[in-house]
Write a protein that binds this ligand. Structure first.
Ligand code: UDP
Ligand code: MG
Length: 325
């Protein structure tokens, strides 16, 4: 078999501190794979600038001028990690047989990409990078992540445990991915739905080399809530279940208080009244909020807005000017 064309897709948001190191590390690695004839010499690195506010884009652009292996994609604004990744994959598929997605911060072990490509040449269409352990995460992140996987599993969504967005996908798999038209894209949940032959490769994850995490608690929570409500209606069912339960409980209480009244013992009224008002009010608010979450999703999906808008694509620049950047 001829060597596959590989594109490594790297979403970047305010990564100016990190990028110089990333260019060197991934660049050298790609050259090594090319010279060992594992991949085609037309393989590329594609850096996606997700509307960064710092010098990220100018760094990418300049790196592209200095090194023909480096290509850049500039999005018109910040659309978040998942959509930036999609923009990169959909652009890269035009130029490659397989694509690997990796974060800019080099937390994932770059050398594992060799194993990914090996699996691809053996015929696998999707290769998941799975973290062997999570010792480099904070106690908090480790446990919230574990809770998240468990919750998702309970709700009937099968995620690959300890797999983030470090994976290889064949061109065919990315073409199929493009057919999933939902606006709320949760890649980790959707990729397994594509099917095809897939496998896992284990690796150790390091600490972020420079800069700080772009996933503060607020974003992590909204990511988790998005993941859950995009894939499962169990929360809505759960709310109706609680509704029924509280209805029956209030029946029992009602009967009890009626009994007290009939026996002439009516001093205990206020406490139970106020508690039940709060209880029912709370339940109703949770229910309304949760339904609102789904209605909001439907609203977003119905509009079918684009998930990202490309401002500059240096693959095309190269085509237009007739020279390689
Ligand atoms: N990222 C992005 N857009 C965003 C937030 C993050 O493209 O709005 C990129 C970021 O530059 C990095 C990757 O997504 O390459 C993962 O982010 P980060 O390392 O901050 O997340 P963590 O590893 O802490 O979960
Ligand atoms: Mg990171």
């Amino acid at each position: 078999m001829i060597e596959p064309k590989l594109t490594i897709v790297v979403p970047c948001y305010n990564e100016e501190e990190m990028l110089p190191e990333t260019f060197i590390c991934l660049g050298e690695f790609l050259e090594e794979l090319i010279s060992s004839k594992m991949i085609s010499e037309q393989s590329k690195l594609l850096f996606v600038d997700d509307g960064s506010k710092d010098k990220t884009w100018s760094l990418i652009y300049k790196a592209g001028l200095a090194n023909p292996l480096i290509k850049g994609l500039k999005l018109s604004k910040n659309v978040g990690h998942q959509n930036a990744l999609l923009a990169g994959l959909f652009t890269a598929k035009e130029h490659s047989d397989c694509m690997v997605s990796i974060d800019a911060d080099l937390q994932d072990d770059v050398t594992v990409i060799k194993d990914f490509v090996q699996k691809f040449t053996e015929g696998y269409e999707i290769v998941y990078g799975v973290r062997r352990e999570r010792s480099t995460d904070t106690f908090f992140k480790r446990n919230t992540a574990l809770g998240f996987y468990r919750l998702m599993k309970k709700m009937g969504v099968d995620l690959i445990y300890n797999h983030a967005d470090f994976r290889l996908m064949s061109k065919r798999a990315v073409e199929e991915l493009e057919k999933f038209e939902e606006t709320n894209f949760f890649l980790r949940g959707i990729v397994p739905l594509i099917g095809f032959q897939s496998t896992e490769v284990f690796y150790n994850r390091k600490e972020r080399f420079a800069g700080e995490t772009k996933y503060p608690l607020r974003k992590m929570l909204s990511f988790a809530l998005d993941g859950i409500t995009s894939f499962s209606v169990t929360p809505i069912r759960f709310i109706s279940l609680i509704g029924f339960l509280s209805f029956f409980i209030s029946l029992v209480f009602g009967a009890y208080f009626l009994l007290l009244k009939l026996t002439g013992n009516t001093t205990t009224g206020w406490t139970s009244l106020i508690t039940s008002i709060w209880l029912i009010g709370g339940l109703q608010l949770i229910g309304v909020g949760l339904i609102g979450e789904y209605v909001g999703k439907i609203y977003k999906e119905a509009k079918r807005r684009p998930k990202f808008i490309i401002d500059i694509n240096t693959f095309n620049l190269a085509l237009k000017s007739g020279q390689t950047l």
